[in-house]
Design a protein around this ligand. Structure first.
Ligand code: FES
Length: 161
């Protein structure tokens, strides 16, 4: 279960978000822009942030939730410092991407879509990353690792610890 957001710790972010909404009041596309701003400030869009935006912009919660879940650039759960994307596209899949994913799960002790307890890594399975010639491929943040084997996984992870 997701931990509730620490409102005190995020006080400054809420203040900045409130000022942003005030400055952009009445502009077209304000909801998308506000969600982007919030995602940048908090790193994700938990229920507390959605409620705040709903109150400040007088937008129904259902609409905010609908937009936040429709676009993949928004995340409702907290991401780790490093997001690992394991390509499960066809080219990678036939080159044993599942074994890479399984090894990552084992090394990190989390399932796909989850974040490690120390908030260091989030493990995601994704569609084609656009570099199929390097299959199987994973990305950690902006770094691309291609033609990897399950035994490469610990070495790669060590670089980020
Ligand atoms: S299928 Fe993995 S990069 Fe294209």
């Amino acid at each position: 279960m997701q931990k509730a957001m620490n409102l005190k710790e995020n006080h400054e972010n809420f203040k900045e978000l409130k000022a942003y909404i005030k400055d952009h009041k009445g502009e077209q596309g304000i909801l998308m822009q506000t969600l982007h701003k919030a995602q940048k400030l908090f790193g994700y869009l938990p229920i507390e942030v959605q409620k705040f935006i709903s109150e400040e912009t007088k937008t129904p919660m259902a609409e905010i939730y609908g937009v936040a879940t429709f676009y993949t650039q928004f995340s409702l759960t907290k991401k780790g410092k490093h997001v690992i994307s394991v390509c499960m596209g066809t080219a990678c899949y036939v080159k044993n991407a599942q074994l890479i994913l399984d090894r990552l799960k084992k090394e990190l002790g989390v399932d796909e879509g989850k974040t490690t307890k120390d908030d260091l890594f989030t493990l995601d399975a994704t569609r084609c990353l656009g570099c199929c010639g390097l299959a199987p491929v994973i990305m950690i943040g902006e770094d691309v690792y291609g033609k990897i084997t399950p035994d490469d996984v610990p070495k790669i992870l060590a670089k980020y610890k």
